[in-house]
Every structure is written in structure tokens, then in C-alpha cells.
Design a protein. Structure first.
Length: 199
């Protein structure tokens, strides 16, 4: 037998962790033992929790690399949940394969695209492996000159630094910076200095 893998993706503020927590709670109601993992680099809401933007939280194990997940498993675990999967090293793909081969169900949540609008980390490979894919959308919060919010479905994450869109050359992952993020539709997503495609 082999486990089942669900991958949840969307931009920031789309409810990825909220959906992950919902699926974990359903598994727990069914009496299944779950372990929740997060990358140690993500310390926004505390080192030992996964938390949604609406305040829901569950205890989690922070690991510095994907291999750290395997070292935490116990024989009674039936479900492994992984939040912010885009921050894990490339071995996260092989780790998920090992979990599935052990007949464990795997729940993964992460950003499919980085602030540049490009594939983020191993998320494309995890999406390709999934038995079920859940795409979530936020609301585009771009504000027009008249003050009106766009309000269209958002699929992109806009990084703002010093009040302006981040430059393409800015670091991909920034911890503790004075920056903000907004959910944007593709029409209003801006990346300064992005190179034009070559044909």
C-alpha cells in the first residue's frame, strides 16, 4: 500500500495554513495520529507552532532540513503535515516519497510562486506528486488612485519594501526585514527590474 498526498497552494493570505489545520483536525477526529512540521527558518508565530493569519494554531515540530522529519516519526503516526514547504531543501521531495512508501498520508502547504511570480523551491515537484491539489485564492488588495480595492481573485504575493514593490534582484528569502506583503492578481502584481524573456 502507499499513502495519499494532498498539496495546498496559493499566494499569501489565501488560507493555506488554515486549510492545513482543518485537514489535520479532521484526521484527529478520525483518531489518526498526526505530526506537524515546519521549517525552522519560519519563526513568525513562534518556533513550535503553525499558525494561520486568522489566529488558528497547532503545535508543530520545527526542523532545520527535510531529513529532520524522518527522525521524528514514531510507529503510531498515520498523517504527516508539512507547512511552508517552499522553504525546505530539495530533499523534501524524497522525504515525501519515503513517507508515502511507508503508507503515511502527507499533507503539504506552501507558496507555489515567490514574490517574483516564479516557481518557489520544490513546490512544483510536490504539486506534480500530489494525489489531490487544493488551490486557494486571496483577494487582490491593490488600491486604485480613487481608493477602491481591486477585489479580484489573487494568485500572486507582492512584496513591498519602503513603500514600493521589491526589486527582482532582492533576496528571495528575507527573515525579519521591515517589509510587507500583499495579495495581488496577476494584473496588479509588479516586480521592478524583472528581466524580459529571451526568444
Amino acid at each position: 500500500m502507499i499513502g495519499h498526498m494532498t498539496v495546498i497552494f496559493g499566494c499569501m493570505f489565501s488560507g493555506k495554513t488554515e486549510e492545513l489545520i482543518r485537514l489535520i483536525r479532521r484526521a484527529q477526529i478520525a483518531g489518526r495520529i498526526c505530526l506537524i512540521f515546519k521549517p525552522a527558518i519560519d519563526n513568525r508565530y513562534g518556533a513550535q507552532k503553525v499558525s494561520s493569519h486568522n489566529g488558528e494554531a497547532l503545535e508543530a515540530i520545527a526542523v532545520s532540513d527535510a531529513q529532520g522529519i524522518l527522525g521524528q516519526l514514531t510507529p503510531n503516526v498515520r498523517v504527516v503535515a508539512i507547512d511552508e514547504a517552499q522553504f525546505f531543501d530539495p530533499e523534501i521531495v524524497d522525504v515525501c516519497k519515503i513517507l508515502l512508501d511507508r503508507n503515511l498520508d502527507v499533507l503539504v502547504a506552501g507558496l507555489a510562486l515567490d514574490f517574483r511570480g516564479e516557481p518557489f523551491g520544490q513546490m512544483p515537484n510536490l504539486l506534480a506528486m500530489a494525489d489531490k491539489v487544493v488551490q486557494l485564492y486571496a483577494i487582490c488588495t491593490y488600491r486604485h488612485a480613487n481608493g477602491q480595492i481591486c477585489g479580484e481573485p489573487a494568485t500572486r504575493t507582492q512584496r513591498i519594501v519602503g513603500g514600493v514593490p521589491a526589486d527582482y534582484s532582492d533576496p528571495l528569502v528575507v527573515i525579519g526585514a521591515q517589509e510587507t506583503y500583499e495579495a495581488r492578481c496577476s494584473k496588479h502584481h509588479v516586480v521592478s527590474g524583472k528581466p524580459l524573456p529571451e526568444f
